[in-house]
Design a protein around this ligand. Structure first.
Ligand SMILES: Cc1ncc(COP(=O)(O)O)c(C=O)c1O
Length: 425
């Protein structure tokens, strides 16, 4: 295929093949192009050990096993591998077995689920909480369960795909406002005045690491009756705010948020999702939210570990303090290299490379063979002119690991960009 790199997954969504078992006719041809295969070879590389700050992978780049410094994991606080969390999960496994073996309403709810949901509601300062087996399921299920045809769902254009999918299922009108642009949000609210409206934002935007302008969102939404705010705190729970409750706490606006979503797969170190809100709407959701109602409850093993994870993360501020100390150190050193870090305000740090896919992938390969696991992020996940590496900082990273990672970034990314005339100094 000529110019294969001009195309992306965004170009093969519609399928004109005769048989549903056949992908679009040009998709396979595109996927088999050598340059496209290089890009895809970075996906689904096998981790051979726990998601610690140093781990082992079987590299697709050269087929070798190697130890790598891990800047990719959402195990931001190290809770997935915390010894107390592991012990609690082992105990849970012995007592309850591997899976919940039932949907929550009929036979899948264990004492652990009830206790954990109660703890999460109290932590988020809400009346009640509903648990889901995945974060994506939580977002899809909450939006699909609450909104109806005739309602309006307005989300920041950078919100997660799960919110889009939830809205599609709900039949509500779906609108997007330009990222953090309050005038645009206000215009959309004004055009839909009088309807039931839900406005969705993320605490930390996952590809850019910047924060929602929550005080301004609240101010704009309060001008319109029957407008509620939904916040996705996937990348902020346990990290932001005085008590680690998230970005809503950081801005002291918890009571202005109608629905608070969190995932259990990132800072919590497990898997699952949760929604906290007022008790009646949680009761209603339990009846109408398909990923809750029609799906097996989260594994009690994971919930046993998560109860301990919440305790460890909230008994003092040491883990999040360490995360912010590491983030500050790392960012200052990256700033010193004059790299473009976008507008990051969090532990998610993009290094924006620009439009060249070839440069992105060749840098990613070089870093990996030198022992740094830092994956390329390409269009359509991010704009085509802002391809990037996206660092997830971790409280687990030691100074030696950070220095080693920074040396590799300096040698490969900063030097490469300088040589290409893409860095100012
Ligand atoms: C902002 C945001 N919301 C929701 C999700 C879904 O969470 P999970 O991966 O736990 O299903 C993600 C995961 O990437 C996310 O980044």
């Amino acid at each position: 295929m000529s110019d294969a790199l001009k195309y992306s997954l965004a170009d093969f969504f519609y399928n004109d093949s005769k048989n549903v078992l056949d992908p679009p006719s040009d998709f396979e041809e595109w996927m088999s192009d050598p340059s496209v295969r290089v890009g895809f070879s970075f996906y689904e590389q096998k981790l051979l050990a726990a998601p610690r700050s140093s781990t082992e992978i079987l590299s697709n780049v050269d087929g070798k096993k190697r130890r790598v410094i891990n800047l990719m994991s959402y195990n931001y606080l190290g809770l997935s591998t915390h010894p107390e969390v592991i012990e609690a999960a082992i105990e849970g496994l012995r007592k309850y077995g591997l899976g919940a073996s039932g949907a929550p309403l009929l036979s899948g709810t264990y004492d652990l689920h009830v206790e954990f949901a109660r703890q999460l509601a109290a932590f988020k300062g809400k009346e009640d909480c509903i648990l889901y087996s995945s974060g994506l399921g939580g977002n899809v299920g909450a939006i699909q369960g609450i909104l109806r045809k005739g309602d309006v769902f307005i989300m920041d254009e950078k919100c997660h795909k799960s919110l889009v999918d939830g809205c599609t299922l709900s039949g509500a009108k779906m609108l997007f406002f330009n990222h953090n642009n309050m005038q645009n949000l206000d215009d959309l609210l004004a055009k839909n005045k009088g309807k039931r409206i839900l406005v969705a934002v993320e605490g930390v935007y996952s590809m850019d690491g910047d924060l929602v302008k929550l005080p301004e969102v609240v101010e704009v939404c309060e001008r319109y009756p029957n407008t509620a705010i939904y916040i996705d705190e996937a990348h902020s729970t346990l990290m932001f705010g005085k008590n680690g409750k998230g970005v809503a706490e950081h801005f002291n606006l918890e009571d202005k948020v109608g629905i608070s979503f969190g995932t259990l797969s990132k800072s919590f170190g497990g898997v699952g999702g949760f929604i906290c809100s007022n008790a009646p709407i949680i009761r209603y959701l339990k009846g109408y939210s398909s990923p809750f109602h029609f799906s097996c409850a989260p594994s009690p093993v994971v919930i046993a570990g998560l109860i301990k994870a919440l305790e460890v993360a909230t008994r003092d501020s040491s883990l999040r303090d360490k995360l912010w100390e590491n983030t500050k150190y790392f960012k200052e050193r990256l700033d010193g290299m004059h790299l473009d870090l976008g507008g990051t305000e969090s532990q998610v740090i993009p290094i924006i490379i620009g439009a060249s896919g070839e440069m992105l992938y060749s840098m990613a390969a070089s870093m990996q063979t030198r022992g740094l696991f830092l994956q390329p992020v390409d269009f359509p996940a991010v704009p085509a002119e802002a391809r990037r590496f996206r660092i997830s900082m971790s409280a687990q990273l030691t100074k030696a690991e950070m220095d080693e990672a920074l040396n590799i970034i300096e040698d490969v990314v900063a030097r490469g960009m300088r040589e290409a005339g893409l860095l100012k100094t």
